[in-house]
Write a protein that binds this ligand. Structure first.
Ligand code: G1P
Length: 290
């Protein structure tokens, strides 16, 4: 099994990020010096993925532009002798192959993945949710690919979450057959608090086999009236087997303001040139009465 393609659905409205996302796609909001989606694409790239399938809508064109050349800007930077930033701008344009498909109606995450059917073809592929960010020693999707390749089985990424947040996620019920590795028995999309089978939540990283596309095509609407990927994964678990890997690393949900702001600080603190001044400013802010 080899994973060369990733499907990144980016057609959602991003209501949690309004008004900032009214005209700028939520995936293009910056976290420190880069837009959210660039972190996701870099994670894919570091995991050996070469083709990125963006599932977009008509308001999301600037996402694909971000991963393309802007020759006017590059000329300007060259003339101004700004070599470092020029290199960075070119690196982003050459990072991966971008293929876009349109999701013409917002019918859910499962439907978005199904829109990539023709491009995915008959190969196993990855899915990464465009506003779930993960950082650690090993890229999040890379941790899944390793297990999927070794076990020749589809794999989803999970993390343990507080009991009061289960209603925001897909939750699995599984048997832990090795530390951090689960055989998935059941999955439920956004169960009410107190009714979840566990606290292991699906965190927007999947390595799937092509059968999922057939199951998605037959999938009836589920939670919220949407075609849920989680529901089709139940069929995949029943008919083909499905594993879950507990992902190691930091996760930020860029659609949540506290997490979005924390992610900004997390990256800014890693920048030697900014770290000292930022800590000083934060110290002053925290000592001032609101
Ligand atoms: C989607 C999935 C859900 C998963 C979540 C992770 O939900 O449907 O199973 O736990 O992503 O971010 P959404 O956040 O799009 O409502």
């Amino acid at each position: 099994m080899e994973i060369r393609k990733v499907v990144i659905p980016v057609a959602g409205w991003g209501t949690r990020s309004l008004p900032a996302s009214k005209n700028v796609p939520k995936e293009m909001l910056p976290i420190f010096k880069k837009p959210v989606v660039q972190y996701v694409v870099e994670e894919a790239m570091q995991s050996g993925i070469e083709d990125v399938v963006l599932v977009t809508n008509q308001n999301k064109r600037i996402i694909e532009d971000h991963f393309d050349h802007n020759f006017l800007l590059e000329q300007l930077l060259e003339r101004a002798g700004k070599k470092d930033i020029l290199e960075e701008v070119r690196r982003v344009a050459e990072m991966v192959n971008i293929i876009t498909v349109r999701q013409k109606e917002q019918l859910g995450l499962g439907h978005a993945v199904l829109c990539a059917r023709e491009v995915v073809g008959n190969d196993p592929f990855a899915v990464m949710v465009g506003d779930d960010l993960m950082f650690g020693m090993q890229p999040g999707i890379g941790q899944l690919i390793e297990v999927a390749v070794a076990e020749k089985t589809p794999v989803i990424g999970v993390m343990e979450i507080p009991a009061e947040k289960v209603n925001r996620y897909g939750i699995i019920d599984g048997r832990e057959y090795a530390p951090g590795l689960f055989r998935v028995r059941n999955l439920v999309e956004k169960p009410p608090v107190g009714q979840a089978p566990s606290r292991m939540a699906i965190v927007g990283r999947y390595v799937l086999t092509p059968e999922i596309l057939r199951f998605l095509a037959e999938q009836k609407p589920g939670h919220g009236g949407e075609i849920q990927l989680t529901d089709a994964l139940q069929r995949l678990a029943d008919e083909c087997g499905l594993l879950a890997v507990k992902i190691h690393g930091q996760r930020f949900d860029a659609g949540d303001w506290v997490e979005y702001l924390t992610a900004n600080i997390y990256f800014a603190l890693q920048d030697e040139d900014l770290r000292y001044d930022l800590v000083e400013r934060l110290r002053v802010l925290l000592s001032c009465p609101a």
